[in-house]
Design a protein around this ligand. Structure first.
Ligand SMILES: [Zn+2]
Ligand SMILES: [Zn+2]
Length: 329
């Protein structure tokens, strides 16, 4: 499914097209795509809410596939291996950020389904050094949401500084939050979920949330940390209102509506607001290992590849509990 001209998801921005089958270059592998998860970033791309890097482009960056072609010099993968592909497609390995272990901020990073064609397709190319082995206990469709929703959620949780017995607030309850909830519970945290949607409240309760409410609600106790998944600036202030002194609010989205002006007192007492951008390969490896250990159970709603526009529209309107996944192979 190819994006040629960004527009609202309801207007069918993605079109089915026959495109030449890509061949792997040196160090690259080709994966025959089995499934590809649907991410909010895909929605922002197809709707033109991010600056476009490549058009036409095939979106999709939560790919589970089977390796069917290998470029020269590839190590770690053989034909027939199952593999996972994430948002971070490649880095230069040489800039100041790569040098300080922050490859997620690499100035020459390329992203799957944005700078290069992604997984809403039958085949996708990736450098083997940026592909992952997926733990055996996950089916293809249950693994897909781990690859971005899970990885970014996990990085957000790490950067929130939350530890055992802490109270963690999750604002917005889509694919990422439903994975983070399970990991935070596994770590021994109490989880407070803020969402409007009745079905999302019910899923959060089922997965072990201590408390569920609306974004404007005050939790019964102050939060030690909060993660904002909703791309809505005013929610940042809701989270700050619920946060204890010295607590951290992490903003997990790639874009957000403006954050309203506020009194300094809401931030004072060493409260921290920080964003999360992309993830490192180490984040992805850690998350996959941890998800298998928990074990994380992902809720997925399956669509056919041709239904990608529908899947994006359903996600936009919070009609998916857990994650949307396209079944391709
Ligand atoms: Zn770099
Ligand atoms: Zn994503």
């Amino acid at each position: 499914m190819v994006l040629e001209r960004p527009r609202p998801a309801e207007e069918g921005p993605l079109q089915a097209r026959d495109i030449p089958e890509p061949a792997p270059g040196p160090g690259e592998i080709r994966a025959r795509v089995c499934v590809c998860g649907v991410c909010h970033t895909d929605l922002h791309i197809v709707q033109g809410e991010l600056a476009m890097h490549k058009l036409p482009v095939v979106p999709g960056h939560q790919v589970v596939g089977v390796v069917d072609a290998i470029g020269v010099g590839v190590k770690g993968f053989r034909e027939g291996d199952r593999t996972g592909i994430i948002w971070l497609h490649s880095t230069d390995g040489s800039c100041q950020y790569c040098g300080r272990g922050q490859e997620n901020l690499c100035i020459n990073a390329k992203f799957t389904g944005y700078d290069v064609d992604g997984g809403y397709a039958e085949a996708v190319i990736v450098p083997a050094a940026f592909a992952y082995h997926i733990p055996k206990n996950f089916s293809d469709e249950n693994a897909a949401p781990l690859l971005c929703a899970g990885v970014i959620g996990y990085r957000s949780l790490k950067l929130s500084g939350a530890s055992r017995s802490d109270r963690v607030g999750l604002y917005g309850f889509g694919a990422s939050a439903h994975v983070v909830l399970q990991i935070a519970r596994h770590m021994g945290c109490e989880v407070y979920v803020f969402t409007r949607t009745a079905a999302h409240k019910e899923l959060a309760t089922r997965l072990g949330a201590t408390w569920v409410g609306d974004a404007k609600d005050r939790p019964p106790q102050e939060l030690d940390a909060a993660i904002v998944f909703a791309p809505a600036g005013p929610v940042v202030l809701d989270a700050l209102h619920a946060l204890r002194k010295g607590g951290t609010v992490v903003l997990a989205g790639i874009t957000m509506t403006p954050i309203p002006q506020t009194d300094y007192s809401l931030l004072y007492h060493e409260r921290v607001v920080r964003s999360v951008a992309n993830s490192t390969r180490q984040d992805a490896r850690e998350l996959l290992e941890l998800a298998a250990e928990v074990p994380v159970r992902t809720e997925v709603k399956l669509y056919r590849l041709e239904e990608a526009n529908q899947a994006l529209a359903d996600m936009k309107h919070s009609r998916i509990e857990g994650a949307g996944v396209l079944r391709i192979g």
